[in-house]
Design a protein around this ligand. Structure first.
Ligand code: MIC
Ligand code: SF4
Length: 642
């Protein structure tokens, strides 16, 4: 039987386990990346492992999320990460150099390699034929130390593209279309491979838009073949030698095949508050718009920015709209400036922001109260923009420009003729903002710089057989890590200060949760389907751990969050019968008699002491996961050296 692209890469990187779908497989990791909002914690964790130098082919520490540096906190964390990178053998991408995924694609991604990153949009690298996955910081720390990264062997889905995109319809609209078809849960447990004749027209950055947003499907990752398009991109980046061809075998077997005819696709839009609430732009046309943001790791490539500049050229944006543009990298910004396109953007009335995540993670540029914001980003979860009642829609750069010019949601086709955009034959390469590490000899003398913002992180405790606790919080379906541990300019600076962050845990759902959890001492959370979707932030596990949460029961879990809970020593369990979810109430007293034994058998019985009922639960843990939970978390497990 032939192999898919992902199966080929997995086979070449197998460290342990089996390629049988549903079984655990341990992979050797060639490259890692971190960003600053998850990086500080990842490096604190790496430090406790006592490994003198990273053991990957390449590890890069990016600073792109917390670049506002209001107060000393971000700057402290950045200095810490910079000193860690220098001492332990990582490259350090300075603030302003760009968004991790965009820069990594441009400068470091290699077809056929494995990459994990402490950011859920690491699958962006799938655009260049890498097996690139988002992971919790602790998993990245272990991989930096040469340890394997464990995933459940995914199912294989294939999306076949035929036809050609019409003008004003883009890679982003393909991403939105697949979200419409599959929903935010539709990719769970699967790798999505993109193929068919239609991919030939898509450049690497366009492919990366699609693999980037595959994260919103809940997929393990998404991947494109490495072909002549990939070669051309690598050559334009002056890295032709990194090219290797990679494609699936003609007789590869897929669990699901989806066909999309690009010629029939219209411009799409995801409505508030979920990336899968997708309709045709035409359906919501005429809605008044207050703000438009162009950028983020989904849509900030040079190609996107040149199209935006060409559409804005000679025009002025609506006086009622505030438009921000954040180029994805210094390479993109420099080339925009050199080509004169930046002047066209500025002359239109747009505000040019730093090459960073910025508004995407609520770092400024929040909409006005109840304001409508059209964004080329990948997430529109409630409150994420920093304005609780803001209404965020997700669109392509073309649709974003159309709204900025007219002041209302507008099908971009109404802009008339799509100007022709010529891409330069080569990109301007300047890696001066990527600092190299010290040599192994010098490394010993490098001092690690810590500031007062860096506090100790909580550690779990071995799972005991008998456990009783209050159900301190019951939430519904599709709870995101932005609900559990919000981001934004107020909270993000404290990513290395868990006690401070704890005050904001579940703020969007129930601001009284932290106090209640603290008063309860130990507690249990109950959730619905797809609990923990979205970001890879391990803070969504570490902060509940700090607040005393030891068990989370849900109808189902998102992949990275389930791994983060286990790594933190929190037991994730599912309902055998989802209807039992309705029988539990916030405030109930719950208990287990065989919690530790259940880790081995996979069967658990929960007693609701308040109601006097028994509820069967499941938890299929691999031997490795069982040992982690028995030890009280991954760090304790690693320390035991098993
Ligand atoms: C996000 O888009 O939510 C983030 C911020 O990039 C996160 C990482 C984080 O929470 O630091 C992600 O996607 O993993
Ligand atoms: Fe940054 Fe937004 Fe991309 Fe997350 S999704 S990495 S916050 S640009």
């Amino acid at each position: 039987m032939g192999l898919t692209i992902a199966q080929k890469i997995i086979k070449a990187h197998m460290a342990e386990g089996s390629m049988e779908p549903g079984q655990e497989v341990g992979l050797r990791i060639d490259q890692t990346l971190t960003q600053d909002a998850t990086g500080t914690m990842a490096y604190l964790e790496f430090e406790t492992m006592g490994i003198p130098r990273v053991r990957t082919e390449l590890s890069v520490a990016y600073i792109d999320h917390n670049t506002l540096q209001s107060g000393f906190m971000n700057a402290d964390d950045h200095r810490f990460i910079q000193s860690m990178a220098k001492k332990y053998g990582l490259r350090f991408s300075r603030p302003g150099n760009g968004i991790c995924h965009q820069v990594h694609l441009e400068r470091f991604g290699k077809p056929g390699k494995t990459l994990i990153g402490s950011d859920s949009h690491t699958p962006t690298g799938g655009g260049i034929g890498m097996l690139a996955m988002g992971a919790g910081g602790l998993d990245v720390a272990v991989a930096m130390g040469g340890g394997a990264y464990y995933i459940t062997m995914p199912k294989m889905y294939k999306v076949n593209l035929t036809g050609h995109l019409r003008p004003f319809v883009t890679a982003k609209d393909i991403s939105l279309e697949i979200l419409r078809i599959l929903s935010v849960k539709g990719g769970v447990g699967a790798v999505i491979e993109w193929g068919g004749p239609g991919i030939k027209d898509l450049s690497v950055p366009e492919r990366a838009t699609i693999t980037n947003m595959g994260t919103e499907l809940g997929a393990t990752t998404s991947i494109f073949p490495s072909d002549e398009v990939t070669r051309a991109f690598l050559e334009a980046e002056g890295r032709g030698e990194d090219y290797v061809p990679l494609e699936s075998d003609p007789d590869a077997v897929y669990d699901k095949i989806i066909d999309i005819n690009l010629s029939e696709l219209n411009a799409k839009i995801a409505c508030p508050h979920s990336p899968d609430a997708v309709v045709d732009v035409a359906e919501v046309a005429g809605t008044k718009v207050d703000q438009v943001c162009i950028g983020s790791c989904t849509n900030s490539s040079l190609y996107d920015m040149l199209k935006v500049a060409a559409l804005l050229k000679g025009k002025t944006i609506s006086p009622d709209v505030s438009l921000s543009i954040s180029p994805g990298s210094r390479q993109v910004l420099t080339m925009l400036a050199d080509s004169g396109a930046l002047s066209d953007i500025l002359a239109s009335g747009a505000r040019v922001l730093e090459c960073a995540c910025g508004p995407c993670i609520g770092m400024g540029f929040s909409p006005n109260s109840g304001g409508v914001s059209l964004r080329t980003f990948n997430r529109n979860f409630e409150g994420r923009s920093g304005t609780r009642d803001g209404k965020v829609y997700l669109v392509s750069p073309e649709t974003a420009v159309a709204a900025a010019l007219t002041g209302v949601i507008t099908d971009p086709e109404e802009l008339g003729e799509m100007p022709h955009v010529t891409m330069p034959a080569s990109f301007k390469v300047d890696d001066s903002a990527v600092l190299l590490p010290a040599s192994p000899e010098e490394a010993e003398r490098v001092e690690i710089l810590r500031g007062p913002n860096i506090k100790e992180f909580p550690s779990g405790e071995p799972v005991a057989d008998r456990f009783a606790a209050d159900l301190t919080l019951k939430v519904g379906d599709n709870i995101t890590t932005d609900h559990i541990m919000p981001a934004g300019s107020k909270i993000l600076p404290y990513r290395s200060n868990i006690p401070h962050m704890a005050q904001f845990c579940f703020e969007v759902c129930d601001p009284s949760f932290p106090e209640r959890a603290k008063a309860a001492g130990r507690s249990i959370i109950v959730g619905g389907e797809n609990y923990g979707q979205g970001s890879s932030r391990e803070h969504a596990a570490l902060v509940p751990l700090y607040l005393g949460v030891r068990v989370v029961i849900a109808k189902s879990f998102a992949r990275i969050h389930a791994a983060n809970l286990i790594n933190a020593g929190i037991v994730p369990l599912t309902f055998l019968d989802p209807a039992d979810y309705d029988r539990l109430e916030q405030g109930d007293r719950l208990s287990f008699t065989g919690l530790r034994t259940g880790l081995e058998t996979g069967a658990f019985v929960l007693t609701d002491e308040t109601k006097g009922i028994l509820i069967p639960l499941a938890g299929a843990f691999t031997e490795r996961q069982r040992k982690i939970l028995e030890a009280g978390g991954l760090l304790q497990y690693v320390a035991k050296g098993e």
